[in-house]
Write a protein that binds this ligand. Structure first.
Ligand code: GDG
Length: 468
């Protein structure tokens, strides 16, 4: 970030996850680190849970910028993180209201943690500091800050989709949502689809008026809801993929490699993907080179029941596909349920002939962009991308599929495996242009510019919300 910007107030970033030691290369955490390294400022994130939690921040590092954690008790971790954030907001925002687990007391824990974070911010910021909140863990923080009388510019970026107007009705706190959003100056979403869903919700709120062009007004406050599609460190990822050692997969030299890389999450469409691969295997010409589909799926949120269910279902499906198609010298589906080092992921994304990025719902999906950056433009692989990934709004030259339609998904795999070089090159060149021109630096500067240019929060009669 330019020096002139840094002189206009500190950047204070809040995210649930914060690196406690070395900052891992790549990903959002790395991007936030890079931004703060340039501008200076403060990064606040959650500490590991302990039996009891006090207010305040604990410094965990300083240098170009400071890092600090807020405390979480074991009970708050259960209620705020596993409960309200990941068993209510996550499924709801990913169009899965059937998976909601509305636990008694979970929302109270969410309120407690959001208030603690807000108090910590209020105690540390100066009037010109910019506050940038990340994601669904902190939907109420800005509202709390306004209640405390803060007039700073506050932005939030939601990394996940915005729920549809019908799904959102399943949220017990739906009536509070417009006030939560209106407490920010800029609400950043991934796609225009998300902006449309948020607009639908705001239009139904009698206290909110549209001002056009993404601007809204509610009880005297003006705020914007805009989309800022997140990108990757495209040049950095391209370089690390190019220098990664070729993976030793023990495959026949001309055999196609299909690759999936996802956190093990029910939103990522892994079972549907396995079923489409099964249908493709059943229909393929036996004389063609035998493909391998490698799925890397490190577990996440294992304490949440829905994640245990999807893990069991995937294992059953993988077993039955290999049972039906494997031979003495061929395992068509390789399922690796563990975290793989980043340089090896980059090497695999470079080696892959086809990437399967087929979530049922996804804010953006960075793997789609990483695959494009990793590929060799002279002989590129093919990206199969779900319509339901936010990335599909930008990456229109991928082979776009509906993951629920197994037969056409299987045909797309066949088309990808057999696509002529000329078409692969043309599609890749178009995708590469998008991935490099809207990279992570572009995303950060677009958001921060929009936040800096927003109207400063006018003093407003801001009462504490009633929580029953
Ligand atoms: C949320 C939104 C949005 C995966 N397995 C391994 C590994 N990964 C890396 C990938 C990629 C990242 O994790 C996953 O990013 P995604 O974007 O695919 O998905 P979420 O984690 O769900 O992220 C999403 C994102 O926020 C950013 O706004 O795009 O929609 O849900 O970078 O490469 N990395 C390593 N080993 C693995 O086994 N090293």
């Amino acid at each position: 970030m330019a020096d002139t910007e840094s002189q206009r107030g500190r950047l204070v970033v809040v995210s649930n996850r914060i690196p406690k030691g070395d900052v891992p290369a790549g990903g959002l955490v790395f991007a936030l680190h890079e931004a703060l390294r340039g501008s200076g400022g403060l990064w606040i994130g959650a500490a590991a849970p302990t039996p009891t939690a006090e207010d305040g921040l604990t410094s965990i590092g300083s240098g170009n910028y400071d890092r600090a954690t807020f405390a979480l008790s074991d009970a708050e971790y259960e209620g705020y993180y596993l409960g309200y954030a990941n068993s209510v907001l996550w499924p709801l925002f990913h169009h899965r209201p059937d998976l909601l687990q509305i636990g008694e007391g979970d929302f109270d824990a969410y309120v407690t943690v959001n208030r603690r974070v807000a108090r910590a911010i209020a105690n540390t910021v100066g009037p010109d500091d910019l506050i940038w909140i990340q994601d669904y863990h902190f939907l109420m923080v800005a509202h709390e800050l306004r209640a405390m009388g803060l007039h700073n510019r506050i932005g939030i970026f939601l990394h996940i989709p915005f729920p549809s107007p019908t799904d959102i009705m399943a949220l017990p706190q739906v009536a509070m949502m417009p006030a939560w959003l209106a407490a920010h100056d800029v609400v950043g979403l991934q796609t225009t689809r998300d902006v449309t869903s948020a607009a639908e919700m705001l239009r139904h709120d009698t206290k909110t008026q549209t001002l056009g062009q993404g601007a809204w007004s509610r009880e005297g406050r003006v705020f914007s809801v805009l989309n800022f599609p997140i990108g990757i460190d495209a040049a950095g990822f391209e370089a690390s993929a190019a220098r990664a050692p070729a993976p030793d997969l023990q495959m026949a030299p001309n055999a196609p490699l299909l690759l999936g890389v996802d956190r093990l999450d029910y939103t990522k469409g892994l079972v549907h993907r396995f079923e489409a691969f099964d249908a493709y295997l059943s229909a393929r010409d036996d004389a063609s080179p035998r493909p391998t589909f490698l799925q890397i799926a490190p577990p996440s949120r294992e304490d949440v029941e829905a994640y245990q269910d999807i893990r069991e279902e995937l294992e059953r499906t993988a077993g039955s596909i290999n049972g039906a198609h494997a031979d003495l010298d061929w395992t068509p589906l390789r399922y690796v349920r563990r975290h793989v080092p980043r340089d090896r992921v980059a090497g695999l994304l470079r080696r892959a002939d086809v990437a399967l990025v087929t979530p049922l719902a996804d804010g953006m999906n960075l793997v789609a962009k990483e695959f494009v950056a990793a590929q060799d433009g002279a002989d590129p692989g093919v990206l199969i991308l779900s319509h339901f990934a936010g990335a599909s709004e930008q990456l229109k030259d991928a082979l776009l599929v509906n993951p629920f339609d197994t037969a056409s998904f299987a045909r797309a795999i066949d088309e990808a495996v057999n696509m002529p070089l000329e078409e692969r090159c043309a599609r890749h060149a178009a995708l590469r242009k998008v991935v490099f021109s809207t990279d992570i630096a572009w995303w950060m500067s677009s958001f921060i510019r929009s936040l800096r240019n927003s109207t400063p929060a006018a003093p407003a009669p801001w009462g504490n919300m009633e929580i029953s």
